[in-house]
Write a protein that binds this ligand. Structure first.
Ligand code: SF4
Ligand code: SF4
Length: 74
């Protein structure tokens, strides 16, 4: 299964990743980080394709993506 990890302390809560994810798997949570931002959260979800769009769009480089290499991407 592909997965992502969001560094909550780097996140500024801009919401770009929530819009960019084709599967709408990311949302802005209800807790704030040490910088005072509501940060993005992602719960493990098998719908994640590992496309990495979220990681590419994040201006704060807060998202890491692990792609499941055994997965068909068609
Ligand atoms: S890797 Fe793709 S499918 Fe997975 S959370 Fe990021 S944008 Fe969504
Ligand atoms: S794009 Fe980056 S900074 Fe913006 S909400 Fe998503 S993880 Fe946070």
């Amino acid at each position: 299964m592909s997965k992502i990890e969001i560094d909550q302390e780097r996140c500024k809560g801009c919401g770009l990743c929530t819009i960019a994810c084709p599967k709408t798997l990311i949302k802005i949570g209800e807790e704030i980080n040490r910088q005072g931002y509501f940060y993005a959260i992602w719960e493990a979800n098998e719908q994640c394709t590992g496309c990495a769009i979220c990681g590419e769009i994040c201006p704060d480089v807060a998202i890491r993506v692990w792609r499941d290499r055994g997965e068909s991407r068609t």
